[in-house]
Ligand binder design. Structure first.
Ligand code: GLP
Length: 243
């Protein structure tokens, strides 16, 4: 695991974006995209590079990490819509090349089938070359909450109360944050060729310290990255403050 200690939030975005841009410049590739606020500086820098004709995503394929159960892809609160709004619609990545777990139908059998289909689609694409990750305050990556199997694949997962409260800001007052999601598993994330985790802010400092310096344990799902052959963790000073 390589750690990059940055001086600012903006620099975390620049460093991660330069890793993505370098891979994209090599030719067709498969990107793993993440939602949440942590990756936003990365997307901003990649959008800037695209506008300045430094990089093109026309030959890329992309997979998102996770999706809330019960939201239509067109729902502005869905992660598919969020990733389009924050990144894909601002660059030349074809919308048809954006894959996300189909979690709209809450029927358990439909969700199990959608999870298996997602794993197979990733496999058929050749696997994810560069996977962007944020980290939850409880150490989750994707929506792999504490207690997730380190070998897990894409599956249905229940969100913790803390995660639902953390993400309530993306939902309107009186709207219920979904209780279930489909998420790539920790094993799926471990299969990516390069995992790039970005974290900013003091609220992530404990989770980062556990992920980087703690034992590899499902108590902190991000600690699984210690077993990843090519993982880069990019931190601002506040997120690195408890290392
Ligand atoms: C959600 C996402 C995660 C993300 C986490 C942290 O739970 N499923 O992929 O890393 O939020 O979000 P933020 O970056 O907004 O703190």
């Amino acid at each position: 695991m390589r750690l990059v200690l940055c001086e600012s939030v903006a620099e975390t975005g620049q460093v991660a974006a330069s890793i993505f841009a370098a891979r994209v410049e090599q030719g067709p590739c498969v990107l793993g995209l993440a939602t949440g606020s942590s990756p936003l500086p990365v997307y901003q820098d990649l959008i800037r590079r695209y506008r300045e004709s430094e990089v093109s995503f026309a030959e890329c394929v992309a997979f998102t990490l996770d999706e809330y159960v019960g939201l239509q892809p067109s729902d502005s609160r869905s992660y598919r819509a969020t990733i389009r709004d924050g990144f894909v619609d601002h660059v030349d990545l074809p919308v048809g090349a954006l894959h996300s777990p189909d979690a709209a139908d809450p029927d358990p059998e439909a969700l199990r089938q959608a999870a298996a289909t997602y794993e197979e689609t990733i496999r058929l694409s050749g696997g994810i070359d560069v996977q962007l990750l944020g980290i939850g305050a409880n150490g989750h990556i994707g929506f792999n909450e504490p207690s997730s199997s380190l070998a897990s694949r894409t599956r249905i997962k229940a969100l913790t109360q803390q995660t639902r409260e953390d993400n309530a800001r993306f939902f309107g007052e009186g709207e219920t944050v979904p209780k279930l999601c489909l998420t790539q598993g920790l094993g799926t994330i471990l299969d990516s060729r390069h995992a790039v985790l970005v974290a900013q802010g003091e609220g992530k400092a404990d989770a980062v310290a556990a992920a980087v310096e703690g034992p590899v344990s499902s108590a902190c799902p991000a600690s699984v990255l210690q077993m990843h052959p090519h993982a880069t963790v990019i931190l601002d000073p506040a997120a690195a403050s408890r290392l």
